[in-house]
Design a protein around this ligand. Structure first.
Ligand SMILES: [Zn+2]
Length: 123
């Protein structure tokens, strides 16, 4: 998305602290839809609870996704409905954060480094 009225420094959720620059594809492209907001409404609650959360992968363009070695060809990252996140796992265990995320209605896939979260059960 290229638009002079849009800035990647903007907050995704009003009164939240996620910025679009945290979600934009590493190739610079961006897609936003209802599922994106459903996702970030819940991610903001998660960040408020556990503190620092880093988005390692947010939106992925189909081109970017197809060049990733282990990415699903039907990845929900391409729908702007998913993020991969990590945090200080010495403070909050993977299992604990996974439980909180599931409680918020997010679909969770656990990895050794963090979690994949998406909104497949909310849309
Ligand atoms: Zn993922």
């Amino acid at each position: 998305m290229t638009n002079v009225l849009f800035d990647l420094e903007y907050d995704i959720i009003k009164n939240g602290n996620f910025k679009w620059k945290e979600f934009v594809c590493k190739d610079g492209s961006l897609k936003i839809n209802k599922g994106t907001y459903l996702l970030f409404e819940r991610l903001q609650i998660l960040r408020n609870i556990i503190g620092v959360i880093t988005i390692e992968s947010g939106y992925r363009s189909p081109e970017y996704n197809s060049n990733l070695k282990d990415a699903s060809p039907i990845s929900r990252h391409m729908d702007a409905h998913a993020v991969d996140v990590n945090w200080n796992t010495k403070v909050w265990s993977i299992n604990m954060v996974s439980l909180i995320a599931e409680g918020l209605g997010l679909y969770v896939i656990k990895y050794p480094w963090g979690l994949h979260l998406d909104v497949r059960e909310l849309i």
